[in-house]
Design a binder for this molecule. Structure first.
Ligand code: MRU
Length: 352
């Protein structure tokens, strides 16, 4: 069965029968593939913080479904108080991961919808319907984006990717890996270098797992070998996802910026694949909070301590790549090229 025909559980989905979220626990991969359930907003917040659910578009769906969870679990009968409770739940979920804008986007989209309701029952139904719409649209978006992006790939090429911008980071298919899947489905001969993506190894654990399952040629490399491989002429282009795109920069997994700098130096195209929901064009880089994560992620490998107790650890989860290092941004409405100001204006108008 081809990869586009295979139907398997989505990364994240709403279970209508038990009114809860079902998701693939990404912390267990590649060793174990397990579906888990979130029945409360607290469960969901924990799953997001632990990166059981991760990746910008999947976080957008999680945020929207978190509002559906808050709605269906509420016992509040007064519409005004019900909506206040939902807003509080939204603020709480937004605080779990501050950099990926899709999380807030998904939450705000459901909040805007339910605010039109005239009764609590109607608000609950609207919240569930909107959350499902966010999830369904994500699949279409990724496939459209992949269709535009595949044309940027030569017929035979080796691409480098960082972190996991794949099916696991979305409902399915993926953004950067969606472009790779679309290129392969179009008959192109694509080989992938997946950076391991220290310290949580989304590249080795998730990207390699996904691509290998689809029979796509993937080789794992240490993050630090990317520039050397570029110098040796082994990489034709770089493609990554994004957690937020501001007026001046692309936020993505820590390490992305160094690949962009190296690609620029070696005159290799550096592409970003992201849905319009990842754009935050009212802001600039300096206004964005970059998530800092626990020292234990760097200080330990499993149970083994890697750094003395008294040494400070700085563990940024993301970095920002200035737009002048980005050769194209691939979206579901087309491929944006520099200078970006004009296409950003167009995106602003399509969103308002
Ligand atoms: O910390 P993570 O694993 O949530 O970081 C994910 C990334 O940085 C992805 O590259 C990004 O969300 C794009 S996903 C399509």
């Amino acid at each position: 069965m081809s990869m586009s025909e295979r139907r398997e559980p989505y990364t994240i989905a709403w279970d209508a029968e038990s009114e809860c979220i079902i998701y693939i626990d990404q912390t267990l991969l590649p060793g174990r593939y397990e579906l888990m359930r979130c029945t409360t907003v607290d469960d969901l917040a924990r799953a997001i913080r632990r990166l059981e659910i991760r990746g910008a578009p999947a976080l957008g769906i999680a945020g929207a479904m978190g509002m559906a969870l808050a709605a269906v679990r509420s016992t509040e009968g007064d519409l005004g108080r019900f909506l206040d409770d939902l807003r509080r739940a939204g603020d709480f979920l937004k605080s779990t991961r501050p950099t990926a804008v899709n999380l807030s986007w998904g939450i705000d989209r459901v909040l805007a919808k339910v605010s039109m309701a005239r009764t609590v029952a109607e608000a609950k139904a609207l919240a569930v319907a909107e959350a499902n719409a966010v999830a369904e649209e994500d699949e279409l978006t990724c496939r459209r984006l992949g269709g535009f992006g595949k044309d940027l790939f030569p017929d035979d090429c080796t691409v480098l990717t960082h972190c996991n911008a794949g099916a696991l980071a979305c409902r399915c298919w993926g953004t950067a890996l969606g472009v790779i899947r679309s290129a392969v489905a179009a008959g192109k001969n694509v080989r992938v270098f997946a950076c391991e993506t220290r310290p949580l190894n989304q590249g080795s654990r998730l990207t390699c797992w996904e691509l290998a399952r689809d029979g796509i040629d993937v080789t794992l490399i240490p993050d630090s070998s990317a520039a050397y491989l570029m110098r040796k002429g082994k990489i034709d282009l770089v493609i990554v996802g994004a957690d937020r795109i501001t007026k001046d920069a692309v936020f993505n997994k820590i390490g992305t910026y160094m690949h962009a700098v190296a690609a620029h130096h070696h005159k290799i195209p550096f592409y970003v694949a992201a849905p319009v929901s990842t754009f935050d064009l009212a802001r600039v880089e300096s206004e964005i909070t970059v998530e800092e994560r626990d020292r234990a992620e760097l200080a330990y490998c499993g149970d083994r301590q890697l750094v003395p107790d008294d040494v400070r650890v700085l563990n940024y989860a993301f970095d920002a790549t200035p737009l002048d290092l980005v050769d194209a941004i691939i979206t579901e409405i087309g491929v944006l090229r520099p200078p970006y100001a004009k296409s950003f204006q167009f995106i602003e108008t399509t969103r308002s």
